[in-house]
Design a protein around this ligand. Structure first.
Ligand code: PEP
Ligand code: MN
Length: 295
């Protein structure tokens, strides 16, 4: 019997869990996203200076993150806001990878920049504002790099899956979905964190799902709670904004954690992550089981 969601999302068959589909494991440097390890991506909203980035890279690594994030090309709400360091930002990210062994994820905003960003980044981020830019999705897919696909702020789950399907259709199976909050009538939070969306995506797709509590919350005080919710909902990892001095950040400072706050958040998540792994281990389709079976 076909499940309701197979009908509901019938136009994106390749992203759905099917009988023969094992969870997609996205290999990055020497680890895997979507497997039994819970993977955290962290770093500043924007790459600002060498000092800022390197200090952050070392701090997040000490706290257990695996992937350094940081925008070199920034989509901003105002055309007069800081637009990112561009190539200089990419070079700094590569330098931080060399020093720390962290992988690098950074946003690509234009088709024109795909080759350049792919040369420096381990994972290409497609931002919320670009989720439905199909020419960008195609170009990014063709680069061969894994793609972190952020949900558009007014995109339904079905819209998100269509964009993921487009990447798969272009020969790139390494898609990581990212829930970062959606726009609703609520304005007390920057966006409304769709934790049900995370649980649903984990049930119906074979792709890894990452949660971004920072852009959902918009306020740093809320980030640890949303991170716990994401773990409980079954996310494969987190994306968290971290800055050495959030008050002085060039973008998204109010939602960024400082080093101590990030370290504490990560430490407090440990029991939740252990519980999640235990529960997943009991589920036949879980990455943990599949990994055991594979070897
Ligand atoms: C970001 O990750 O800094 C960012 C701009 O995110 P989003 O595309 O989700 O707004
Ligand atoms: Mn940001």
């Amino acid at each position: 019997m076909r499940e309701y969601w197979q009908e509901r999302f019938a136009d994106t068959p390749d992203v759905l869990i099917g009988e023969r589909r094992k969870p997609t494991l996205v290999a990055v440097l020497d680890f895997v996203v979507g497997g039994d390890e819970f993977v955290t991506m962290a770093g500043p909203c924007s790459v600002e200076t060498e000092r800022q980035l390197l200090a952050t890279a070392h701090a997040i690594r000490r706290a257990g993150a695996r992937i350094l994030r940081g925008g070199a090309f920034k989509p901003r709400s105002s055309p007069y806001a800081f637009q990112g360091l561009g190539l200089e930002g990419l070079r700094l990210l590569a330098r931080a990878r060399e020093e720390t062994g962290l992988a690098v994820v950074t946003e690509v905003m234009s088709e024109r920049d795909v080759a350049l960003v792919a040369e420096y980044a381990d994972i290409l981020q497609i931002g919320s504002r670009s989720m439905e830019n199909y020419t960008l999705l195609e170009a990014a897919a063709l680069s061969g790099r894994p793609i972190l696909l952020k949900r558009g702020m007014v995109a339904t789950i079905s819209d998100l899956l269509r964009s993921a399907q487009t990447i798969l259709d272009n020969g790139n199976p390494n898609v990581i979905l990212c829930e970062r909050g959606i726009r609703t009538f609520e304005t007390a939070t920057r966006n409304t964190f769709d934790s049900a969306g995370i649980a649903l995506l984990k049930q119906i797709t074979h792709l890894p799902v990452i949660a971004d509590p920072s852009h959902a919350a918009g306020h740093r005080e809320l980030v640890p709670a949303l991170a716990r919710i994401a773990v409980a909902a079954g996310a494969d990892g987190l994306l968290i904004e971290v800055h050495p001095d959030p008050e002085r950040a060039w973008s998204d400072g109010e939602q960024s954690l400082n080093f101590a706050e990030f370290e504490e958040t990560m430490a407090d998540l440990e029991p939740w992550i252990r519980l999640r792994t235990q529960i997943l281990g009991r589920n036949e389709n879980s990455p943990c089981r599949v990994l055991e079976a594979v070897g």
